[in-house]
Design a protein around this ligand. Sequence first.
Ligand code: SF4
Length: 226
Amino acid sequence: MQIIEIFKSLQGESSYAGLPCVFVRLAGCNLRCVWCDSEYTFKGGSRLTQDEVMREVRRLSPNGGLVEITGGEPMLQERDVVPLMERLLADGYKVLLETSGERALDRVPAGVIKIVDVKCPDSGEGDTFRLENLRFLTPSDEVKFVIASRLDYEFAKDFIREHLSSRTGAVILSPAFRKDATGSRDVANCSLDPQLLAEWMLADGLEARLGLQIHKFIWDPAMKGV
Ligand code: SF4
């Protein structure tokens, strides 16, 4: 499969945020979100076998733990990534799959925790989530919305109320981060003030949690491989 990088860091944007995690970042994405911070995944990378990926994951985290399969859009390489996830589960790893939900999720192995990033209108890729995927969400899966505006917030609120009640575990709203952010590690880099988002959520009594991409407050927001 085509791999951009494999590295160990802290999980940054789910209910697992803050835990040590090995990231397997696959190349290629079929979307072009305007605030994308992973454009370096669109091309290139190295061709690795499943054995080579497994070896690197075991080297970085020999005693099990969390492994996140991410991208890009990892489900574009479904033929390789599904057996890889099965092998990781069989080895005792807890496996997270970060995906936009634009590709079918029916073949994702049971036991993998899906973190589905449903795109809101201001991403430029709204309406790309495949609604049939709702059937494959379980209470251990998580759904995330990156919010850049009130329009995005209203979209997320309607989506949660219409489609997600008790279907998934965590539902996370996260303020969009400026993709040119560099240097300072503060909320001024968010394109929507987290305080404003928090106030909207509280006013509406929304059953969701506010998420911040904690790696962007720990390391330089422009740093890769963290
Ligand atoms: S789906 Fe992810 S990797 Fe693809 S363009 Fe959107 S933010 Fe970037």
